[in-house]
Design a protein around this ligand. Structure first.
Ligand SMILES: O=C(CO)COP(=O)(O)O
Length: 252
C-alpha cells in the first residue's frame, strides 16, 4: 500500500513572514494517512525546518546541484539542503527544464545526489501542449522517465510527479481520463524497469492547477497517490481542503 503525499511547491514565492502559513497548515490539516511536504525557496528551508520540527510536516527544496560541494556559484547541493533541514527536493520541474535547459541526464545526476544525501527526489515529467497535440505524450513522458530516474531508485527515495506543462499555472486541468492514461503508463513502465515490488511502490503525484474544487476528482483517479500543488499551496486556506480531499480519497 502506498502512502499518500500532499506536496506543495512555492516556486520563487515566499518571504520569512509567509512561513506563518506552515503553522496554519500543521494546525488545521490533520493528515494521518498522508505525507505533507512543502518545497520552499532555499532561503526559507532552514527557518521552516526549525519551525515545523515538532510536526510531521516535511520541508523540501526545488532543485539541487549534482555535486556535493565545489566551485558552482549560485548553486546549492543536496548535502547543503539536508544540512539545512530539507527532507526532499523537487527535480526536473518543467520550469527548470525550460529555464535552465535541464535534460534527463542532468536530472538523473541530481536525483543520485539527492539519494546520497537522504533526500526524497520528487522527479517531474510532463508534456507540452504541442507534444500532446502531436500525439507524442506517452513517448515524451516515457523518455523523460527513463532518462531522469536513476537505476538506484527505491520507493522510499523517489516520487514521480506527472505535470502536464500546459496545465501548470493555467487553471486548465488535465481530464481524469488523461491523468489516468499517463499514470497507468508510468506505473507499467516503472514495474517493467524495476520490479513489481519497487515499481509498484513508487508514488505517483499529479500536478497542474490542482485546486480545492478539483482535488477530489483527481484523487479518485487510479494510480494517483497525491498531488504536487503550486499556487494553491501558498496558503493554508487553499492547501488544507486539498489535503482533506486526499485524506478522504480511497487508499491505493
Ligand atoms: O508546477 C506545479 C507544481 O510543481 C503546479 O503549479 P500550479 O498548481 O500553480 O498549476
Amino acid at each position: 500500500m502506498r502512502r499518500k503525499m500532499a506536496a506543495g511547491n512555492w516556486k520563487m514565492n515566499g518571504l520569512l513572514a509567509d512561513l506563518v502559513q506552515l503553522d496554519r497548515i500543521a494546525a488545521t490539516c490533520p493528515a494521518p494517512d498522508a505525507d505533507l511536504l512543502i518545497c520552499l525557496p532555499a532561503s526559507l528551508i532552514h527557518p521552516a525546518s526549525q519551525q515545523v520540527r515538532h510536526s510531521a510536516m516535511m520541508i523540501g527544496a526545488q532543485d539541487c546541484h549534482w555535486n556535493a560541494a565545489g566551485a558552482h556559484t549560485g548553486d546549492i547541493s543536496a548535502v547543503q539542503l539536508a544540512d539545512a533541514g530539507a527532507a526532499a527536493v523537487i527535480l526536473g520541474h518543467s520550469e527548470r527544464r525550460a529555464d535552465h535547459q535541464e535534460d534527463g541526464a542532468t536530472v538523473r545526476a541530481k536525483a543520485q545526489a539527492a539519494q546520497a544525501s537522504g533526500l526524497i527526489a520528487v522527479i517531474c515529467v510532463g508534456e507540452t501542449l504541442a507534444e500532446r497535440d502531436a500525439g507524442a505524450t506517452l513517448d515524451v513522458i516515457g523518455a523523460q522517465l527513463d532518462a531522469s530516474v536513476p537505476d538506484s531508485a527505491t520507493a522510499d527515495s523517489v516520487v514521480i510527479a506527472y505535470e502536464p506543462v500546459w496545465a501548470i499555472g493555467t487553471g486548465r486541468i488535465a481530464t481524469t481520463d488523461q491523468i489516468a492514461e499517463v499514470h497507468a503508463f508510468l506505473r507499467a513502465r516503472l514495474i517493467d524497469r524495476f520490479s513489481p515490488q519497487t515499481g509498484g511502490a513508487i508514488r505517483l503525484l499529479y500536478g497542474g492547477s490542482v485546486k480545492p474544487d478539483n482535488a477530489a476528482q483527481i484523487f479518485a483517479v487510479p494510480e494517483v497517490d497525491g498531488a504536487l500543488v503550486g499556487g494553491a499551496s501558498l496558503t493554508a486556506d487553499d492547501f488544507c481542503p486539498i489535503v482533506a480531499a486526499l485524506e478522504a480519497s480511497r487508499t491505493s
